[in-house]
Design a protein around this ligand. Structure first.
Ligand SMILES: Nc1ncnc2c1ncn2[C@@H]1O[C@H](COP(=O)(O)OP(=O)(O)OP(=O)(O)O)[C@@H](O)[C@H]1O
Length: 594
C-alpha cells in the first residue's frame, strides 16, 4: 500500500513535536556549523591571496590562527548537533514503539487471528530502527547539506557570478536521477521490509514450536522454506541496492564533471585576469562543498524513501481500529459486584465466519455464588461463551448482564476485571514464580502472593525449587509439570480475587497426588465466587449446583446430575462416556451409582 508523503511526514512529526526545544537547538548548531564551514572558504582565499601569494608572513600567521579558531567553533557545533539529533532519533523511535505497543494491547483477539506475531515483532524492531536512523542521522545530514549547499551557492555567486551561472546549468541534470531513482527505491524498500517481516514470522513460529518441528522431522522442509524466503528478501534488496548505487554513481559523475568543466572555465578566467587565484581556489572549495552536499542529499533521499516505507507499515498497525471500545457513556459497577449473570437470547458468529452461528438464542441465568458446569460435545460453543464473557467479542444480538449491567454499556476494562480465568493450558511467563503469580494483581505484596500459593497448594513444590519463590520458570513454564502449572494459575486467580471465575477444566489426566492437590486448590478458589466450569470430569459436574448441556450453540437442558441423567439423552450419553475424557473415575456403570 502506498501512502502520501505528507501523511508520513506529519505522522512522524507528531512524535518529534514534544522535543521542539532540542530540534531548535540542533538547528542552531547546524547553522553555526555550516557558517563555520563557509567561513573556512574565505579563510582559504585569504591564505592564498593575502598571505601566500603576497608573501606577507604576519597575515599568513593571523589567517592561520583564524582558520583554527573557526575550525574549533565548527567542531563544537558538530558535537552539539550530532548529540542532539542522535538523541532525537533514539527518543522518537522509542516513543513510536511505545505508541504502537500500546495500541496493539488494545486490539481484540480477532486482529491477532489474522496477523502473525512474528510479523508484528518485525515491524516493531526493523521498521523503527530504519526510522531511528533517518531521524537520528540522515535527516540531520540532509539538513546540514542543504544549508551548506545554499550557503556554498551564495558564496560562489559572491565570488564569481559567471562561473556560478555555469554551475546552475548543471543542477537540473543532477536532480533528474535523484527523482527517478528515489521513487523506485521507496517502492522496493517497502516490499523489502514486508518480506523481512514474513521472515520474522517464520522464525517465530518455527522456534516456538521447535518440539513439533523436530518430532515430525520437519527441519529440512522448514529450512527449504526459510531459504526461499531469504532469497526473496535478497532479490528485492538487490534491486533496491542497484537503484541506490545507480543514484549515487549518477550524481557523482554528473557533479564532478560539472566541477571539472567549471574549473577549466575558471582557469581560463584567471589566465585572462578576470579572477584572482585565491578567488578561484575559494570558488573551487565551495563548488566541491556544494557537490558533496548534493551527493549526501541524494543518499539521504534514498534513506528517507526507505524510512517512508517503514513508516507506512508502522502507521498501518496504529490505524487498526480496536473491535471492542468503551461506549461513550460507559456504565460502571456501583457496588461490589456480587456475580449475578444473565444471558438473554445471545446470538453469536465469529467475524471470520459470520454465516456460521456458534451461539443461537442462548438463555441462562446464573445466581451470585452459584457453581454452573457446562458440558457438551466438542464444538458446542462452550469456549465461545467464555470468549463473550471475557469481552473478546460482542454478541451479534441479545445481551449479557453482570449484576444488571449490560455488556454493551460497560467499560471493557472494568468488565474484564470482574472475571478470573483458569484456562485449560495455564499460561506461564518466563519470569519468577513470584512475578507469575503476582500477574493476577500487580500491586499485591509478597506476603499476599505467598498466601495465594499456600491456598493453591503450590507452596509444597515452590519451596523445593532452587530459589524458592524467586526461581525462574522457563519460557511457557517448560520446567514445571502439568499439575504444577495449574496450581500456579490457580494461585494467580486466587490473588486476583475476582467475583466471577471462569474455569476451563484441564482434560489431561494428572497423577493421583497432583489431582488431589489441584482439586483442593480449586475448591478454595471457588468459595464465594460465581463459577462457570467447562467440565470434562464426572466429579466436577456432580459437585456443581447446576449443569448446562450445550448442543450446537443452545442450552438444550439445564438441571442437576440426577435429573439430567434421567431426562436428557445427550447428557446420559456424555456421562456414559465419562464426560469425554475422564477415565479414572470408574466405569460407566459407576455413573448410575451416583
Ligand atoms: N476464532 C474462531 N473463528 C471462527 N470460528 C471459531 C473460532 N473459535 C471457534 N470457532 C468455531 O465455533 C464453534 C464452537 O467452538 P467452541 O470452541 O466454542 O466449542 P467448544 O464447545 O468449546 O468445544 P471444545 O470442547 O472442543 O473446546 C466451533 O464450530 C468452532 O469451529
Amino acid at each position: 500500500m502506498q501512502t502520501d508523503k505528507r501523511g508520513v511526514v506529519s505522522w512522524v512529526w507528531q512524535f518529534v513535536k514534544p522535543y521542539q526545544r532540542q530540534v531548535v537547538a540542533a538547528a542552531i548548531a547546524l547553522l553555526v556549523g555550516s557558517a563555520t564551514w563557509l567561513a573556512l572558504g574565505q579563510g582559504v582565499r585569504l591564505l592564498v591571496d593575502d598571505g601566500f601569494l603576497s608573501g606577507n608572513a604576519d597575515a599568513l600567521n593571523q589567517t592561520m590562527l583564524l582558520v583554527l579558531l573557526i575550525n574549533l567553533i565548527g567542531a563544537l557545533a558538530v558535537f552539539v548537533r550530532f548529540y542532539l539529533v542522535s538523541w532525537l532519533g533514539e527518543r522518537v523511535s522509542g516513543d513510536i514503539r511505545k505508541h504502537v505497543f500500546d495500541h496493539l494491547l488494545s486490539l481484540s483477539p480477532s486482529f491477532f487471528e489474522t496477523t502473525r506475531t512474528g510479523e508484528v515483532i518485525s515491524r516493531f524492531t526493523a521498521d523503527t530502527t530504519v526510522l531511528q536512523t533517518v531521524v537520528g542521522m540522515s535527516l540531520s545530514m540532509a539538513l546540514r547539506s542543504s544549508v551548506t549547499l545554499i550557503g556554498a551557492m551564495v558564496m560562489m555567486l559572491f565570488t564569481s557570478m559567471k562561473l556560478t551561472l555555469m554551475v546552475m546549468l548543471a543542477v537540473p541534470l543532477v536532480l533528474v536521477p535523484i527523482f527517478f531513482f528515489g521513487r523506485k527505491v521507496r517502492i522496493l524498500a517497502r516490499s523489502s521490509q514486508d518480506r523481512v517481516a514474513t521472515l520474522g514470522a517464520h522464525i517465530d513460529e518455527t522456534l516456538h514450536e521447535i518440539q513439533t518441528v523436530q518430532a515430525y522431522g520437519h527441519q529440512q522442509r522448514d529450512k527449504e522454506q526459510f531459504d526461499s524466503q531469504v532469497e526473496r528478501v535478497m532479490t528485492t534488496a538487490s534491486q533496491r541496492i542497484q537503484y541506490r548505487s545507480g543514484l549515487i554513481a549518477a550524481v557523482m559523475v554528473l557533479s564532478i564533471s560539472a566541477i571539472t568543466i567549471v574549473s577549466w572555465l575558471g582557469a581560463l578566467e584567471v589566465m585572462e585576469g578576470n579572477l584572482s587565484a585565491g578567488e578561484l581556489t575559494a570558488f573551487m572549495f565551495y563548488a566541491v562543498m556544494a557537490a558533496g552536499s548534493v551527493a549526501t542529499i541524494s543518499e539521504v533521499i534514498s534513506e528517507v524513501q526507505r524510512a517512508a516505507g517503514a513508516t507506512d507499515r508502522l502507521r498501518e498497525l496504529t490505524e487498526v481500529v480496536p473491535a471492542i471500545v468503551a461506549p461513550a457513556a460507559a456504565q460502571g459497577f456501583v457496588d461490589e459486584v456480587a456475580g449475578e449473570l444473565q444471558f438473554d437470547r445471545v446470538r453469536f458468529a465469529y467475524p471470520s465466519d459470520p454465516n456460521k452461528p456458534v451461539l443461537v438464542d442462548f438463555n441462562l441465568n446464573i445466581g451470585a455464588g452459584e457453581r454452573v458446569a457446562l458440558v457438551g460435545a466438542s464444538g458446542a460453543g462452550k469456549s465461545t461463551l467464555f470468549q463473550l464473557l471475557k469481552l473478546f467479542y460482542r454478541p451479534s444480538s441479545g445481551d449479557i448482564q453482570l449484576d444488571g449491567v449490560s455488556v454493551g454499556s460497560a467499560d471493557p476494562i472494568q468488565w474484564r476485571m470482574q472475571f478470573a480465568l483458569v484456562p485449560q493450558a495455564p499460561v506461564i511467563f518466563a519470569t519468577s514464580v513470584l512475578e507469575n503469580v503476582r500477574y493476577g494483581r500487580p500491586e499485591a505484596t509478597e506476603a499476599e502472593v505467598i498466601a495465594a500459593c499456600q491456598a493453591a497448594c503450590a507452596e509444597e513444590f515452590i519451596v523445593t525449587m532452587k530459589d524458592g519463590y524467586n526461581s525462574l520458570l522457563g519460557e511457557r513454564g517448560v520446567n514445571l509439570s502439568g499439575g504444577q502449572k495449574q496450581r500456579i494459575a490457580i494461585a494467580r486467580a486466587i490473588l486476583a480475587d475476582r467475583p466471577v471465575l471462569l474455569l476451563d477444566e484441564a482434560t489431561s489426566a494428572l497423577d493421583a497426588h497432583n489431582e488431589a492437590l489441584v482439586k483442593q486448590a480449586l475448591e478454595r478458589l471457588m468459595i464465594g465466587r460465581t463459577t462457570i466450569i467447562i467440565a470434562h470430569r464426572l466429579a466436577t459436574v456432580v459437585n456443581a449446583n447446576r449443569i448446562v448441556v450445550m448442543e450446537q450453540g443452545v442450552a438444550r437442558a439445564v438441571g442437576d446430575h440426577h435429573s439430567l441423567l434421567r431426562d436428557d439423552t445427550v447428557y446420559r450419553k456424555l456421562a456414559e462416556l465419562q464426560l469425554l475424557t475422564d477415565t479414572d473415575n470408574g466405569s460407566p456403570a459407576g455413573v448410575k451409582d451416583d
